[in-house]
Ligand binder design. Structure first.
Ligand SMILES: [Zn+2]
Length: 649
């Protein structure tokens, strides 16, 4: 029941966003000596309520927690050590930083959320009075205090001698709300009922004045499609990545949200001033920084202004123990166009997008009831630069090789293309996957799948624009789309077969490259890899249309290496051979070919110098390495991936 009702709360994004809440249940355990221990099962840090199970709750010694609560002082670092000591299972996650507070509440079930409605109300000038009137004696309303040991002390002091049976909840201004009950259902229902009351009051007071979903955006783009220039976004990403890279060594992903709410917000006259005032709740600073950026048509000056303001905020509040975080924004408003999100990886990008969406909705509601007020920056700084967070920096894992980088792969539905998408994803890159066919099972936050006929220049342009609005730019192009036409001697060659091969196996690569080049210029260590064929150095009879197109493609790559080298863009070619795990090589075709050469299938598969079978994943690993740091000083190269071929060597 504890895990179940926690998940119910976690799945409602207006209650809990990305780790912003916690729950507990009190019970008993019998230890190995047969003694009964009172236990607080409290949400473990690192677990999300949305998908928590029993294993996500840390069994913690309740008496020990209650003794800790009586200490006069405890640093948060020491508190976390003590919480670890108090757990009764060494395999359990670390107990939530709010564990002591949960222990202090005598009820069996305790639920805590950062509900939008209650924090939005408390972020308005009359918020505290409205909340006190709304809840009367049922809810204890406490002023903001930073989470951690001092918050637990504050709650202990405020509830000393309290009649818990008359209380249904505790409201922490600018932070969130607690509900509690003897059973899971009662606590859950109290949470929903208390938050509903705040929400109705908020909407009643805001009237129709808050301009969210219903107000149509001014000057919507043609057919409602976003009209923002992807190239400008790639410039912004370049500059932001340089700021981020100074601290972390990796670039950032950037996304434009031109949906109706984001666009309506961007069209407010004072959107720039509003987004800089502060976050919905201080814990959002950990993912999204203490304030937003403001971008005009030319975006880079807005980024520089944010950087200056952030560094000033740091030096205003830091002491010598603080380590400055990167000064790149996580969200910002692009006047008239929408909201821009920035993050080091795809997961963080989704988090920032959610936080931003909830924040601008709250801003508009609070503006409608008297004005958007947030905590002063020194309070935000306390949370963003909390000792527990700073300690995590020291333990941060090394980034994946291609984290923050963006790749485009054509022909991504199967074979070498699909394997390349998987390889890029495994090394941390965000991927724009194009194919004319359905790309089943490939779509994820890290992989944007777009159906596209790469022989059509307009289709390529439009898919690329969509991809860039989603991830912010382009660093790597893997130009792979192609097919192997039916074997035909020159005497049998039809015009159609010849032209089809030229269009797909040669022409499309030029079109994709042409569209990508301006974006690659703003890329990080930009690289292009063309997938050609062993048939270029060693053609075979019956494959003129294929071999001639792939030879043309190789020549295209060589010219591209010459032209793009001065722009810092590398262009290399792989020549795979005999990759039999791709769609064209059915068991039937394989055994037919093997018979023709007088071999069995196994001999045929490995008929190369190394005697190895070449899989599409082997080719993908070579392709991605060519695009990565290992070959950062190589351009114009042709690399065989064929197990060794006498005719090529
Ligand atoms: Zn909280």
């Amino acid at each position: 029941m504890r895990a179940y009702s926690s998940r119910l709360l976690g799945r409602d994004s207006s209650l809990v966003l990305h780790g912003g809440g916690n729950t507990s249940v009190k019970g008993e355990l019998t230890d190995v000596f047969g003694e009964t221990r009172r236990v607080l099962f409290v949400k473990g840090s690192g677990w999300d309520l949305k998908n928590i199970g029993a294993a996500g709750f840390a069994p913690t010694d309740l008496n020990y927690l209650l003794r800790l609560a009586k200490l006069e002082q405890l640093s948060d670092g020491e508190m976390m050590r003590q919480l670890r000591l108090a757990t009764l299972d060494p395999a359990a996650p670390n107990p939530s930083v709010e564990a002591i507070l949960h222990a202090l509440i005598p009820h069996r079930y305790v639920d805590h959320t950062h509900a939008d409605a209650v924090v939005t109300l408390s972020n308005s000038p009359d918020g505290e009075r409205i909340l006190r009137e709304l809840y009367g004696d049922e809810v204890l309303v406490l002023p903001y205090i930073m989470p951690g040991f001092i918050l637990a002390r504050q709650v202990a002091a405020a509830t000393r001698g309290a009649d818990w049976s008359a209380l249904r909840g505790i409201m922490l201004l600018q932070h969130g709300i607690f509900s509690f009950h003897e059973d899971a259902e009662g606590s859950y229902e109290a949470m929903i009922e208390l938050v509903d009351r705040a929400e109705s009051e908020l909407l009643r007071r805001a009237g129709k004045n808050h301009g969210t979903p219903t107000s149509p955006a001014k000057n919507p783009g043609k057919h409602g499609t976003p009209t923002a220039p992807p190239l400008e976004l790639s410039r912004l990403r370049k500059a932001a990545g340089e700021i981020h890279g100074k601290i972390h060594g990796t670039p950032m992903l950037v996304r434009l949200d031109a949906g109706p709410e984001a666009k309506a917000f961007a069209q407010l006259d004072d959107c720039g001033e509003l987004i800089r005032r502060g976050p919905l709740t201080p814990d959002h600073t950990l993912h999204a920084k203490p304030f937003g950026a403001v971008f005009d048509a030319d975006t880079v000056p807005g980024l520089r202004a944010f950087e200056q303001e952030y560094l000033r905020y740091f030096s205003d509040h830091a002491d010598e123990n603080h380590q400055c975080l990167d000064a790149a924004p996580r969200y910002g408003v692009w006047r008239d166009k929408g909201m821009i999100y920035l993050a080091p990886n795809c997961k963080r990008l989704e988090i920032v997008a959610d936080i931003s969406a909830h924040t601008i909705r709250a801003i508009r509601l609070a503006e409608a009831i008297g004005g958007w007020r947030t905590l002063p920056r020194e309070k935000l700084f306390e949370v963003e630069y909390w000792e527990l967070e700073q300690a995590k920096l020291a333990k941060a894992r090394a980034a994946l090789e291609l984290q923050g980088r963006i790749a485009l792969v054509t022909g991504a539905a199967s074979g070498i293309g699909r394997a390349t998408v998987e390889e890029l994803r495994g090394r941390g890159a965000a991927v724009i996957a194009l194919d004319i066919r359905e790309m089943e099972g490939l779509e994820s936050p890290q992989v944007l799948c777009l159906r596209c006929d790469v022989t059509d220049s307009d289709a390529v342009e439009s898919a690329l624009n969509q991809g860039v609005l989603h991830f912010g730019g382009l660093d790597i192009l893997i130009s792979n789309a192609g097919n192997f036409p039916a074997s035909a001697s020159l005497a049998e060659m039809t015009d159609a077969a010849w032209e089809q091969s030229m269009q797909l196996n040669l022409g499309s690569h030029m079109k994709v490259l042409r569209a990508c080049l301006p974006l690659l210029e703003n890329g990080f260590d930009p690289a292009v890899v063309f997938v050609a064929s062993k048939n270029v150095p060693a053609p075979g009879p019956g494959a003129a249309a294929y071999s001639a197109a792939k030879a043309g493609l190789t020549q295209l790559a060589r010219v591209a290496a010459l032209e793009a080298g001065p722009l810092g863009i590398r262009v290399n070619v792989v020549h795979p051979n005999a990759v039999y795990d791709t769609g064209i090589w059915t068991e039937e075709v394989l055994s037919e070919r093997a018979r023709r050469y007088g071999m069995d299938v196994e001999q045929y598969r490995t008929s190369n110098l190394l005697g190895l079978e070449v899989s599409s994943h082997d080719v993908a690993a070579s392709i991605v390495s060519l695009a990565g740091a290992a070959f950062s000083h190589t351009t114009g190269a042709q690399v065989p991936v064929d197990g060794g071929n006498e005719r090529v060597i």
